[in-house]
Write a protein that binds this ligand. Structure first.
Ligand code: AMP
Ligand code: MG
Length: 317
């Protein structure tokens, strides 16, 4: 036994020093590639559950699917309230709060207008500006009726539609983190098409290093890395979804004041927060507001951001 002891100790040391191997899975969900990375075989067993959760979330929230709860609410606009799941109700409540916090720069009621623009992107032709002008006044919180007791959502006019695309991936990351945390998982990296959520720190205790996408690859003028623990890093940029017509770039982030792609002073806005839904909504809102107003909002809310301006500057608070 005496002889065996050093050997056992050495083995123990070896095991405790062994690096937890990363295990990743990627699926195309919510209109983008979603990758979840967990560490060690035991935690990796939760990967299928993570994607079931994401699929379930998408099936409730998607504005594109005809059968989602959001689609049901939109179809019944001007007709009748729709009872929804807690996940959907909570997200609409959060979206409403952030609409108010951002003075409407984050506007989840733009559904009619964002579908005109996504159709335009598909066909690569301009939408009807008359229709955009017609729908614009309806993109307003005054048409939303939430009944907390009944968990029902009602849009008071048929010309209003919800689009939670500017906040959904952030919340999806939060839900995944909560699920994994409950299972005792300490480290996870969640990448939902560039919306990053981190659970805890890396298995070795160090911070996650997140590279911010170069928003203007042609110029290659900047590339930023941020270090986070248990936080989300969410980026909005004009380069994500767009089409070009007669030399003009039409992207997917809409200025709620005009109904047109926001003519922002920014190329991209990245927000860092423990609250992924907040980071997501703010990334969209700050992009719409531009450098000066956007940074003022982040300072007011005490939220961290990295903004890339069209002038080639990188602003941080
Ligand atoms: P993100 O990439 O997070 O900035 O979200 C952009 C998506 O949110 C778009 O594809 C639209 O579905 C939706 N959206 C566009 N403009 C806005 C806006 N001003 N407020 C809220 N959602 C928006
Ligand atoms: Mg967003």
């Amino acid at each position: 036994m005496k002889k065996l002891l050093p050997l056992l100790l050495a083995l123990l040391l070896l095991f405790s020093c062994a690096k937890a191997e990363p295990y990743s899975d990627t699926y195309y969900l919510m209109g983008t590639n979603c990758t979840v990375t967990l560490y060690g075989k035991k935690d990796a067993a939760y990967l299928p559950d993570c994607f079931s959760l994401l699929r379930d979330f998408e099936s409730k929230i998607s504005a594109n699917s005809d059968s989602s709860e959001i689609a049901e609410v939109n179809k019944n606009a001007g007709l009748t309230p729709v009872v929804v799941s807690d996940v959907t109700f909570d997200l609409i409540e959060t979206a409403l709060a952030l609409y108010e916090v951002t003075d409407g720069s984050f506007n989840p009621f733009l559904g009619k207008i964002t579908s005109l623009w996504s159709e335009a992107r598909e066909k690569e032709e301009l939408p009807s500006f008359d229709l955009i002008e017609f729908y614009l006044p309806y993109a307003d919180a005054c048409y939303l009726v939430l009944d907390k007791e009944a968990r029902s959502v009602y849009l008071r006019d048929e010309n209003v539609a919800l689009d939670l695309g500017g906040i959904a991936k952030g919340r999806a990351g939060d839900l995944l983190k909560a699920f994994l945390k409950e299972k005792g998982v300490k480290s996870a990296l969640i990448n939902l098409g560039g919306n990053i959520a981190t659970l805890g720190s890396k298995p070795d205790g160090s911070a996650w290093v997140i590279g911010l996408q170069n928003p203007d690859a042609e110029r290659g003028s900047w590339y930023e890395r941020v270090e986070v623990k248990d936080e989300s890093v969410v980026t909005s940029g004009a380069y994500e979804r767009y089409f070009v017509l007669d030399g003009v770039l039409y992207h997917h982030i809409i200025d709620p004041e005009t109904g047109l792609p926001a003519s922002s002073s920014l190329l991209s806005s990245s927000i860092i927060s423990k609250d992924g839904a907040l980071a997501d909504a703010l990334s969209t809102a700050v992009f719409v507001k531009g450098a000066k107003e956007g940074m003022a909002l982040l300072d007011k809310l005490d939220v961290k951001g990295v903004l890339a301006t069209k002038d080639g500057e990188i602003l941080r608070n």
